[in-house]
Design a binder for this molecule. Structure first.
Ligand SMILES: [Fe+2]
Ligand SMILES: [Fe+2]
Length: 220
């Protein structure tokens, strides 16, 4: 990933497809990338590493491309089978990016794609890793991801304010969020206290039928 340009070209069709099929997931990735961009600047990481963090954020949920809107936009709690299906997005994401690049070229992004739902307390998925087994940058992404997700509206709840989200973030310190990574990220999240995410989150509406969305997704 020395030169991000060919890389950008290779993953562009995937991101455009996501923008078309699940725009709310696409814009979620853009917002998480905005947070990771601020983090990379603040932590003064190399250009190469900054590029990896930003693309990791843009693509972290790309596996949702192959899931139906009826599952992603459900307004009631998910059943066991639905939840298991949703969790598969980390596998699909890695597969899609390995196909778009190559297994070798996708390797720098693999931790973001595959491990962003791991948690320091071992309660995450897909592997149930614990704090020291999860790379620092994945801890950072996981905090950015959760912060952005809580600031966005969902079919089953409205968007929350920065203050409400920060209370929740502190409550999950040491369980969902690794302590050192959280200390690093707090000033980064503060940057987004008053800054509205762009574009503003559209109010998501629950999908009526799985069929058309599933058909489009399978064509990818
Ligand atoms: Fe995810
Ligand atoms: Fe996410």
């Amino acid at each position: 990933m020395e030169d991000p340009l060919p890389f950008r070209v290779a993953v562009r069709p995937l991101l455009l497809r996501l923008k078309h099929v699940h725009p709310h997931v696409y814009w979620h990735g853009q917002r998480v990338a905005a947070v990771m961009r601020v983090a990379a600047t603040r932590f003064d990481v190399s250009r190469k590493e900054r590029c990896r963090w930003v693309f990791g954020a843009l693509l972290h949920d790309i596996g949702k491309l192959v899931l139906p809107a009826s599952l992603l936009m459900k307004s009631r709690p998910l059943g066991d089978h639905e939840w298991a299906r949703l969790k598969r997005h980390v596998h699909y994401g890695l597969y899609l990016v390995e196909q778009a690049l190559s297994v070798e070229d996708a390797r720098p992004l693999a931790p973001f794609l595959f491990l962003h739902h791991e948690r320091p307390d071992g309660e995450g998925y897909p592997l149930g890793l614990t704090r020291g087994q999860i790379p620092r940058e994945v801890h950072l992404l996981s905090i950015a991801d959760a912060y952005v997700a809580m600031r966005e509206p969902r079919p089953y709840r409205p968007a929350r304010s920065h203050e409400e989200v920060m209370k929740e973030v502190h409550r999950r310190r040491g369980t969902q969020f690794e302590e050192h990574a959280l200390d690093e990220m707090l000033p980064v999240l503060e940057h987004f206290r008053l800054k509205p995410f762009s574009p503003p989150s559209p109010e998501p509406t629950p999908a009526r039928s799985a069929k058309p969305e599933y058909g489009r997704a399978r064509a990818v």
